[in-house]
Design a protein around this ligand. Structure first.
Ligand SMILES: [Ca+2]
Ligand SMILES: [Ca+2]
Ligand SMILES: [Ca+2]
Ligand SMILES: [Ca+2]
Length: 294
C-alpha cells in the first residue's frame, strides 16, 4: 500500500491540554475510499507527532482504514497529548493539525467525522461539581518556593463571575472588572489557619487572570470572612495589565480559625476558580500551602 494520495484531504486545527485525548471516528461514502488519519505538530512545515522519537510514524501515529473488496471499515483514531517532551514537563496546551487523508478518493466522495475530547484524569473541570482536588490536578515541582504546578486551558464555558450584573455566582461585586472569560475549577481543603499561596500567569501575555474561592458547591457562594457582604480585594483579584502585557498575579487565602464567634476546628473545603477577563487561552499556576503559625 503506497502513501495516501493528496487528492482529497481535510485539515483541522485542534488544541489539547497536557494529558488530554482526542478521539475520532471517520467513515467515507462511498465506502471503497480508504481513509488515513494523522496529526501534524507544525504548520506549514508539516512535521508529525513523533512522541516516541522513533523517527517514523508508527501505528500509534498514522492510522488507515482496513478494507475488503466490498468496502472499508470506519477508522477510529485516538491521540493523547503528552505531559512530558524530551524530559521537560509540559504545562501548556499544544496545537495540532488533524489530517484526514484518503487513498483513492474521487470527486463526490464525502466523509463523516465524529469526535470528542477526553480530559486527562484529575484535570480541573468547567464547574465546581466533580472538580478534582488541586493537588491531584497538579504535578510537584522542585527548585521553586512553590511546591506544585498546574497548567492548561481556561475551559469551555463561562459559569462564574463575581460581577453581580452578570447574573452568575458568586455575584459579589458591583463594579467591574468582569471575569467574563471561561474558567476552570479545582477543590482545595484547608485546615483552620492554613494558607493557600499561588502565582498565576497567562498565555497570551495580554490574557488577564482572575482568581477567587467559592465555599459552597454548586451554589457558588464565596467565603465572606470579613462579613462585608461583598468580595473585596482580599477575596477577588485580577491580574494588573499594561497595554503590552499582564503581570503574573499572586493570590493568597488563609482559612479562618474563627467563624461567627466560634473556633473552627475542622478543615474547610473550597473551590478555587481559575477565571479570566476577556479572552485568555491558557494559564499556569504555581502554588503551595503554608501550615498555620504555631
Ligand atoms: Ca514515531
Ligand atoms: Ca467554566
Ligand atoms: Ca468567568
Ligand atoms: Ca468580603
Amino acid at each position: 500500500m503506497g502513501r495516501p494520495s493528496q487528492m482529497e484531504r481535510l485539515q483541522c486545527e485542534v488544541t489539547l491540554d497536557p494529558g488530554e485525548s482526542l478521539e475520532i471516528g471517520v467513515s467515507a461514502n462511498p465506502t471503497l475510499t480508504q481513509i488515513g488519519i494523522y496529526l501534524l505538530d507544525t504548520c506549514p512545515e508539516g512535521s508529525w507527532v513523533d512522541d516516541d522519537n522513533s523517527g517514523a510514524c508508527g501505528s500509534n501515529e498514522y492510522i488507515r482504514a482496513s478494507c475488503s473488496l466490498i468496502g472499508c471499515d470506519p477508522v477510529n483514531y485516538s491521540y493523547t497529548s503528552p505531559t512530558e517532551r524530551n524530559g521537560e514537563q509540559i504545562f501548556s496546551p499544544t496545537t495540532y493539525w488533524l489530517v484526514v487523508d484518503t487513498l483513492g478518493a474521487t470527486e463526490g466522495t464525502d466523509y463523516q467525522l465524529d469526535w470528542r475530547k477526553v480530559a486527562a484524569a484529575g484535570a480541573p473541570t468547567d464547574v465546581c461539581t466533580g472538580a478534582p482536588d488541586l493537588e491531584t490536578a497538579s504535578r510537584p515541582i522542585t527548585g521553586s518556593a512553590f511546591t506544585h504546578r498546574l497548567g492548561g486551558s481556561f475551559g469551555d464555558t463561562d459559569d462564574y463571575n463575581p460581577l453581580s450584573t452578570e447574573g452568575l455566582p458568586p455575584s459579589c461585586i458591583g463594579a467591574s472588572p468582569s471575569a467574563d472569560g471561561n474558567e476552570v475549577v479545582a477543590e482545595v481543603t484547608l485546615d483552620p489557619g492554613e494558607t493557600l499561596e499561588l502565582r498565576i500567569s497567562t498565555t497570551p501575555d495580554l490574557g488577564r487572570a482572575a482568581m477567587y474561592l467559592l465555599d459552597t458547591c454548586p451554589e457558588g457562594s464565596w467565603p465572606d470572612d470579613d462579613g462585608s457582604g461583598a468580595c473585596g480585594s482580599n477575596e477577588y483579584q485580577q491580574a494588573s495589565c499594561s497595554i503590552i502585557q499582564c503581570d503574573p498575579m499572586n493570590f493568597s487565602y488563609t482559612a479562618p480559625t474563627e467563624r461567627d464567634g466560634q473556633p473552627v476546628t475542622t478543615p474547610t473545603t473550597y473551590w478555587l476558580v481559575i477565571d479570566s477577563v476577556g479572552s485568555a487561552d491558557s494559564y499556569q499556576i504555581d502554588w503551595r500551602t503554608v501550615a498555620p503559625a504555631p
